[in-house]
Design a protein around this ligand. Sequence first.
Ligand code: F6R
Length: 352
Amino acid sequence: MATTRTNGSALLSEWTRAFPAQLRTGFAAGRALEFRWPRGVDRSVVIGMGGSAIGADLLRSLTDAETDLLLRPVREPTLPRWVGPSTLAVAVSYSGDTWETLSAFNEAGRRGAPRLAVSSGGQLQERARREGVPHLLVPGGIAPRAALGYLLGGLLGLFDPAFPASNRDRLDKASKVLGSRTEDLATPSGAPAQLAGRIGRRLPWICTSQDLAPVARRWSTQIEENAKRLALWDVLPESLHNALVGWDALSREEAGRYFVLQLEGASEEDGVRERFDYLSSLLARKRVPVAPIQFTAVDRLERMLCAVQWGDHLSLAFARLGGVDPLPVEAIGRMKRQLEAGGPARRPPAGG
Ligand code: F6R
């Protein structure tokens, strides 16, 4: 791969800064497709992997809270048994060549489910064209995980009719807020860089409540792919019924290996505050460092997007700290080449 470390960091950072603009462009494109919801469809699967899947989780947080639509993200080559003619199946693959996504997309076709496809090209676009499936084309040439604004914005545009009122204005407002924060978050002296410095080589454990659960997943996958190091995530109150036991048993020596990032979202969630406090005091007794990070926007969409943006910049700060190029994810490319040999002929792009 010809991209140098400097180029990789510069590109990733440019794409990350473009998140607010990507969201607006993606949303407009999703709306412009003028997809008509088939009659009788009240549930949906959104199929995708990795950087192309997280948009479905974020969308689901909104649809669960604000609509009657049942939406299930699918990260599998197979579909739940209940997917059929009354389920909308949306396949999202940035490259358009991901095996699991193509396989589930085909399966949805065999089951007679109405379908939609989202990609920057690849086999998914080609199959959609051949089979008369509406296809949303997103701009190509960037790493899938750095195209989240296009993918999520596109999904929000496609699913806009399922909401009681259009998301256009709130997305505009949220993207302005994101835009106003970009420079502070991106600077090497900003809060994400300071936090990355405090964490150092310790293993980050990102815990949150249901409100920001998809964001915690995004933080961990971005740290893994951009900074090339592991990060774990978990959700309260569930983790108080299992992970708590592991934390409780931690020895003094082991405590130094971890750093807990506590993502705090909607404070009105029943009982969540007390549960965060309970965990924090256990961790304090164990001498595990904890950093609470609050996202207080009243609007759910704005809150989620601000938290995604923060984590994306944190992952880049970790990459800088570790001296690694955030762009290439060669391990994923190798896996795809080895497991999909004889499948997609296209070589995955550098960042994907
Ligand atoms: C790479 C990335 C990966 C890909 C995943 C699926 O930037 O984030 O997680 O998203 O390998 O590939 P696509 O998105 O092309 O379907």
